[in-house]
Design a protein around this ligand. Sequence first.
Ligand code: PRP
Ligand code: URA
Length: 206
Amino acid sequence: MFHVVDHPCVKAKLTILRDRATGSKQFRECVEEITAFIAYEALKNLEVETVPVETPIASATGYRIRNDVVIVPILRAGMGMLDGLLRLVPDAKVGFVGLERDHETKLPHEYYCKLPAAGPDSVAVVVDPMLATGGSLAAAIDLLKREGFRQILVLAIVSSPEGRDAIEATSPEVKVYTGCLDAGLNENKYIVPGLGDAGDRIYGTL
Ligand code: PRP
Ligand code: URA
């Protein structure tokens, strides 16, 4: 399932991210803010359980998230989305997958993986702002499945039709939530119009 989060605030923030004049500080802040809007939709189906709570007036029924939420940023650009998500799910665990696209082949190279153990109630929430060819996300999903994660959600900011099709072909059960679906990829496998290299823009390594 592939879902574009259609919201005026997402559209406005995406415009700031796309703008080549936006500097790293504002870019990072905007990535964090837009992540909250995408997460709002993506996390709607998390399970809750009731807990008693005492208000200053009376006893009431409170709720807490029942799932074991494991946020998995794909290094490096995915780190830009982590804090925004941790603010919404402060008890989440965090696993890391290091993948970098080879500049020649455009294929992802894995250089790091550290994941918490998967349990029956675990929901892995993969975060990466860019879904281009889908190679990096497919590799991350493979790793998670091999480690026993059965429920996998993905939060992206900018996606391409090629990336969407690649994930739908290999992992149709994975739900992908994205801020937009752009026109396609250029000859260097960058998303058009996209926003450029997300990692470089977040960390100022242009
Ligand atoms: C970018 C991006 C994704 C990947 C998307 O990371 O953050 O992980 O490319 O491309 P794909 O869908 O074609 O695999 P990159 O490899 O540039 O590494 P970085 O985050 O360290 O900059
Ligand atoms: N990675 C990026 O950061 N941007 C793209 O457009 C494609 C891959």
